[in-house]
Design a protein around this ligand. Structure first.
Ligand code: FAD
Length: 120
């Protein structure tokens, strides 16, 4: 079997911004690529809500459909206008996956995002 340490190293070294939140979107983990993309250190972002990344221009309807999808225990993918720690704006291609325990209860969310400003 794959040692848990390999999972940890793979997540730490992934070339995609990875975060894990509680069920209210409060960040409990962020990988080094997340720090690079957002400009926040893990230390300053842990405990904050993911909404700290919102540039406040994405229509409310987008967030509502995101949360409705997650409430159905389904993954959501979409584009959000994000704000880095320095105030600059970027377009995030984000996938959020509910993390369920053996009883099928959602305990966390996994967020994966890339800066796609240049692509669009
Ligand atoms: P909010 O107060 O969060 O609310 C916006 C709408 O969503 C409202 O209609 C509200 O009712 C609904 N809503 C909010 N929280 C919940 C909930 N727990 N259950 C049901 N409905 C809810 N946002 C970004 O802008 N950029 C990101 O990169 C980003 N990454 C995320 C990654 C993960 C893993 C998760 C779980 C969420 C992420 N979000 C991200 C969404 C973020 O948590 C906020 O919901 C969003 O930024 C809107 O924030 P707000 O303060 O403007 O509005």
């Amino acid at each position: 079997a794959l040692p848990p340490e390999v999972f940890r190293l793979a997540v730490e070294q992934a070339a995609v911004a990875i975060s894990i939140t509680d069920t209210r979107a409060r960040i409990v983990y962020a990988n080094p690529c997340f720090e690079q993309v957002t400009g926040y250190t893990a230390e300053e972002i842990i405990g904050r809500n993911q909404s700290i990344l919102s540039y406040k221009v994405t229509p409310r309807l987008v967030y509502e459909s995101l949360w409705a999808q997650l409430a159905r225990k389904e993954p959501w993918n979409g584009l959000l206008v994000n704000r880095r720690q320095d105030g600059s704006r970027y377009l995030a291609d984000l996938t959020i996956t509910p993390v369920m325990n053996d009883a099928g209860e959602v305990t966390h969310f996994l967020g994966l995002h890339r800066d796609v400003t240049e692509v669009h």
